[in-house]
Design a protein around this ligand. Structure first.
Ligand code: SAM
Length: 275
C-alpha cells in the first residue's frame, strides 16, 4: 500500500525488523502517518529548523518531521533494534537524519546543537518523559537551547504540566512549567492509536520558553514547592514549616491558612525569593 512519503508502511517495517514492542522501554508505537504529521505540525513550521526527537522507534514521527521539511533531525534512540529501520529513513532523506544510539537521560542536548535553538518533538517513553521535561526546564541559563517542546504524555501528566492555581492537577510540575514556559494542551490521542495500546489516553502538549521569566533561584523554588505540595491538604503554615512557615508567609503577604494548590505561580516565586 502506498504511504504519504513513499517509504514502506510502518507495520511492514516493524515485521521486517522484528520490532515487537518492549514494555520496559515504554514502546507504544504510532503507525498512522496522518497522526504523526498532526503532532509534528503542532511544532509550527519546520523548514530551516533543526529538530531533536527522543525515541524515534520504528520512525513514524521521524518520517513526519522529515516529510514536513525539517532541515536536520537528530534522533536519540536507546533500542539498537530500531537502527536499521531508521537507516532506511536516513537514506530516503539524504544528509538530514542523524541517529544517536543512547539514553536520552544521559544526553547533553545543548551540546548536540551548538548552532542555536532547536525544536524538540517526541512521543516520549512514559517512564522517562517527566524527568526529561524537568531537565529541559531547569538549566540556569534562560532562554534555553530549545525554542519549543512538542511532547506526547499520558493525559494526566499533560494536565499537570498546564495546570494553574486552584486546580487539583496543580503541583511542582505546574509551577515549574508556568514559571518558565507558556504551556498548552494541543489534542488528545486515544489508546487505540498506538501499537500496542496503552491503558490511558495520551495528550500532546506544546511549550515555549518565556523570554523573561520572573527572576528566581530554581533550587529555592523546588524547596518551596516540594514542602508545599508534599502535604498539599495541609494549610501552608504547617506544610511550609521547613522553609520558614508562618513568618515567611506573612512576609510574602500570603494568608497562612491557604493550601498549596490555591497559590499562583507568581506567589510561589515570591516565597522562593524570600527564603
Ligand atoms: N517515536 C515512536 C513512535 O511515535 O511510534 C516511538 C515512541 S515510544 C512511546 C518511545 C521510544 O523511546 C521507543 O522507541 C523506546 O525504545 C525509546 N526509548 C525508551 N527509553 C529511552 C531512553 N532513555 N532514551 C532514548 N530512547 C528511549
Amino acid at each position: 500500500m502506498a504511504t504519504l512519503d513513499g517509504l514502506p508502511p510502518l507495520r511492514d517495517v516493524i515485521d521486517r525488523f522484528g520490532l515487537d514492542a518492549k514494555k520496559a522501554l515504554g514502546q507504544n508505537f504510532l503507525l498512522d502517518l496522518n497522526l504523526t504529521q498532526k503532532i509534528a505540525r503542532t511544532a509550527g513550521p519546520l523548514e530551516e529548523t533543526t529538530v531533536i526527537e527522543v525515541g524515534p522507534g520504528p520512525g513514524g514521527l521521524t518520517r513526519a518531521i522529515l516529510s514536513l521539511g525539517a532541515k536536520k533531525l537528530i534522533a536519540i534512540e536507546r533500542d539498537a533494534r530500531c537502527l536499521p529501520a531508521l537507516a532506511e529513513i536516513g537514506d530516503h532523506y539524504p544528509g538530514r537524519l542523524e541517529v544517536i544510539e543512547g539514553d536520552a537521560l544521559k544526553t547533553d542536548f545543548a551540546a548536540l546543537v551548538p548552532e542555536g535553538p532547536v525544536k524538540i518533538i517526541a512521543n516520549l517513553p512514559y517512564n522517562v518523559g517527566t524527568q526529561l521535561l524537568i531537565n529541559w526546564l531547569l538549566p540556569p541559563a534562560w532562554p534555553p537551547f530549545w525554542q519549543s517542546l512538542t511532547l506526547m504524555f499520558q493525559k494526566e501528566v499533560g494536565q499537570r504540566i498546564v495546570a494553574k492555581g486552584n486546580d487539583d492537577h496543580f503541583g511542582r510540575l505546574g509551577v515549574l512549567c508556568g514559571w518558565r514556559t507558556e504551556a498548552r494542551m494541543a489534542f488528545d490521542v486515544p489508546p487505540q492509536a498506538f501499537t500496542p495500546p496503552p491503558k490511558v489516553t495520551s495528550t500532546v502538549v506544546h511549550l515555549t520558553p518565556r523570554e523573561t521569566p520572573m527572576p528566581c533561584d530554581v533550587a529555592k523554588l523546588e524547596r518551596v514547592t516540594q514542602a508545599a505540595f508534599g502535604q498539599r491538604r495541609k494549610m501552608l503554615r504547617q506544610s511550609l514549616k521547613p522553609v520558614g512557615g508562618e513568618a515567611l508567609l506573612n512576609r510574602a503577604g500570603i494568608d497562612p491558612a491557604r493550601r498549596a494548590e490555591t497559590l499562583s505561580v507568581e506567589e510561589f516565586v515570591a516565597l522562593a525569593n524570600l527564603i
